[in-house]
Design a protein around this ligand. Structure first.
Ligand code: ZN
Length: 229
């Protein structure tokens, strides 16, 4: 049968329209499936892989004892003991991966900014350096926190509040300070001076296990609050 030209043309147009509809339907389907698949895998990654990396830095170590407390004990041992307690709590948190700059009495040179490099190489999300304060006047007391970059300020403020509440020591506030661990870390970082090891009352408390547990819990709360966990 001979089909007239206009009819053939209309059939051709219909055919083309049908093809276009089919292609667009397939594409929509493909895109939807694609989106579902990718959002599904993102969720999975968050649960299984995308953890927040938190670096805990016990101040001093090895040949660098830090402050010497009233009792003759060293700051480096206090910072390690408290840091281990913080790390222990963080290890229980499924959304956090915790790393320590040292896990024993190791000396870490300040040359080459090794502590900060450690955190930068890990691409860490947060950095917390733990210290005990020292001063010539044994009456001086209190909790003080330091930050350096603007991007660390709100983290330092929140963390300081939690720690001050936990120590119950005088609130000496937060200060901007050019410490290398704060300056060279590329993520929000804070240096916590929990209290004065040169103050007899504060040292006594700071060396107690249950007191350190309380401080460790407050540091954990500060991290959780900042990360919105
Ligand atoms: Zn120190």
């Amino acid at each position: 049968m001979r089909v007239k030209k206009p009819v053939r043309f209309s059939l051709f147009i219909l055919f083309v329209l049908a093809i276009i509809l089919m292609i667009s339907a397939c594409r929509n389907h493909y895109i939807n499936v694609g989106n579902n698949t990718s959002s599904f895998s993102i969720n999975n990654n968050k649960e299984e892989e995308a953890k927040y990396i938190v670096v805990i830095d016990p101040g001093h170590g090895g040949e660098d004892p830090g402050a010497t407390g009233v009792s003759g004990k060293y700051e480096k041992d206090f910072t390690l003991s408290l840091s281990k307690k913080v790390a222990q709590i963080l290890e229980e948190e499924p959304e956090i991966e915790v790393h320590m700059t040292r896990e024993d009495d190791t000396f870490i040179s300040s040359k080459g900014s090794l502590r900060a490099t450690f955190a930068n190489d890990l691409n860490a999300d947060l950095y917390i350096s733990i210290h005990g304060n020292t001063f010539t006047d044994p009456d001086l007391s209190g909790t003080q926190s330091y930050y350096f970059h603007d991007y660390s300020r709100s983290f330092a403020e929140g963390m300081h509040q939690h720690v001050v509440n936990a120590t119950g020591f005088t609130d000496q506030g937060i200060k901007e300070e050019n410490y290398y661990v704060l300056r060279d870390t590329k993520m929000p970082s804070v240096l916590l001076e929990i209290g004065y090891l040169t103050n007899a009352l504060e040292e006594q408390k700071m060396l107690r296990d249950d007191f350190q547990e309380t401080i460790a819990a407050s540091i954990y709360m500060g991290i959780k609050e900042y990360l919105d966990l």
